[in-house]
Design a protein. Structure first.
Length: 486
């Protein structure tokens, strides 16, 4: 990317209002130069860092140490004993995160990168465990490839969440003040100052250009504030590392699969003529969060549950209407366990399905069998799609879109799609053991649709499903639901 010429400041988002630049001092310098002010300010009386002595807060030194919460650039807290005791709730051990970090660093080094600026909440969670509903503001994980400790940058009020949910040391967690949340400031200026303070400003820096949490303005700020840096797109580097799951990750996804099965069973039993769609949606959400067998779910992605002619569309949610006899309903949901998702889809038909719809179900079932025969290590992603297409086209069913994708970590703003492997024509990615694939075999015709999907673990032999539910069409009359063909 071309670095823009430096003028007085980078472009302002609000006409006539200056953008505040961030200034950061190291924790050591703050501790040794207490009560001093650092760096120039954008406006008189603003953004002046001042450390408050712990005694003035009435708190013991071992409990809290942080810069002024009202006018500050750097917010840090010392982890409390309670937070330390709760770190056994972090879903993976320190060795797991260390191994992930090593794999990411190796991938970055192989591409000649020196520093990663990660802003996707899934990638931040993958490398640290950081888990909070604060992804609507700028968050960044700085990962030096050289082996120095990563730095997690979050909003100041979320520093404590990082201490609860990660195994990072206090020195690795930096918080910016709320002056960077207002309209005339941007937290990426703070991120740039952290990079400069650590001497990383001249390196080859990779950013997540294709991520939903990194804006064009953020890029312009970094380019302006770090003129000596060489920027590159990460090209989903962390996502590709995430493709290969550890045994611990697979165990968590199997737990998510149990919750998905539970939620789907609740949905299939609840859907009946006259029942309101929102009532079923509420039951699904309750099952996804409450979990099963002592396994609690984390924040789920919105279930898709189109009914009737709306089943010709893949991503519709519930409406105010009630379920009617003579209509299908497609349910796609995914339980989340420690933010790992297990996608699952089934179709229910109220009343006797027409012969044409039963034929559609049989075609999809045969297509799944053909796809599973190729969903193994050593085959290419496109081989799976081709096998499906050959089995279904002969029965008059065609699906132009992909039939699956890599799945894993999920946050509500980015869904569970890993954006790497796609079971589609042209994707020559070789499937490897411990990849996890959501095999999505939904078919959307002109006036009606049918959905069937499961999450599978790739092995050297047969793929392992994280679901144990029957795959046949569910037919519901006034009594209990049953499977087609029973």
């Amino acid at each position: 990317m071309t670095t823009p010429e430096r003028s007085g400041s980078w472009p302002v988002p609000v006409a006539g209002r200056p953008i505040v630049r961030g200034h950061i001092a190291s924790f050591r310098s703050i501790a040794h130069r207490r009560d001093r002010r650092y760096g120039p300010t954008a406006r008189a009386g603003s953004l002046q860092t001042r450390v408050i002595d712990e005694a003035s807060l009435g708190c013991p030194r071992a409990t809290v140490r942080f810069a002024s919460a009202s006018r500050t650039n750097l917010l840090r807290r010392v982890t409390t004993e309670a937070q330390m005791s709760e770190r056994d709730q972090v879903p993976f051990p320190a060795t797991e995160y260390s191994d992930r970090l090593d794999r990411v660093r190796k991938a970055a080094d192989d591409r000649g990168l020196d520093l990663l600026v990660l802003t996707d909440p899934k990638n931040i969670c993958y490398l640290t465990g950081y888990d909070t509903y604060a992804f609507y503001v700028t968050q960044a994980l700085l990962v030096p490839v050289s082996g120095e400790q990563p730095r997690l940058i979050v909003r100041g009020i979320d520093v404590t969440a990082a201490q609860w949910t990660t195994r990072l040391s206090d020195d690795q967690i930096l918080g910016y003040g709320d002056e960077f949340v207002v309209q005339d400031a941007h937290p990426m200026a703070f991120v740039a100052d952290v990079i400069k303070a650590n001497g990383w400003h001249h390196l080859r820096i990779a950013v997540e250009c294709d991520g939903g949490s990194f804006s064009p303005l953020a890029m312009r700020i970094l380019e302006h504030e770090l003129p000596d840096a060489r920027f590159a797109d990460s090209r989903r580097l962390v996502e590709w590392v995430r493709c290969i799951k550890s045994t611990r990750e697979l165990a968590v996804m199997c737990e998510a699969g149990k919750i998905s099965d539970h939620a789907m069973s609740v949905a299939l039993e609840a859907i009946a003529p006259g029942v309101a769609e929102p009532a079923v949606a509420a039951a699904i959400y309750a099952a996804l969060v409450e979990g099963v067998d002592g396994l609690a779910g984390s924040s789920p992605w919105q279930p898709y549950m189109a009914a009737g002619q709306r089943t010709n569309s893949p991503h519709c949610r519930w409406t105010d209407r009630r379920y009617r006899v003579g209509e299908p309903t497609m349910i796609e949901l995914g339980a989340h366990r420690h933010n790992y998702a297990a996608g699952l889809s089934r179709t229910v038909f109220l009343g006797d399905p027409p012969d044409a719809y039963r034929a559609l179900d049989k075609a999809v079932q045969r297509g799944m069998a053909a796809a599973l025969d190729k969903l193994k290590a050593g085959y290419r992603a496109e081989d799976v799609k081709q096998a499906w297409q050959l089995a279904t086209t002969a029965r008059g069913v065609e699906k132009g879109s992909r039939i699956g994708y890599s799945i894993g970590l999920s946050f509500p703003d980015t869904c569970w799609v890993e954006r790497t492997v796609s079971l589609a024509a042209g994707d020559r990615t070789v499937l490897q053991p411990h990849m996890t694939i959501h095999l999505m075999l939904a078919v959307w015709l002109d006036k009606i649709g049918h959905s069937l999907s499961e999450t599978f673990i790739i092995t050297e032999g047969e793929p392992e499903s994280v679901s144990s539910l029957p795959r046949q069409l569910t037919v519901t009359h006034t009594g209990q639901p049953h499977r087609a063909g029973e």
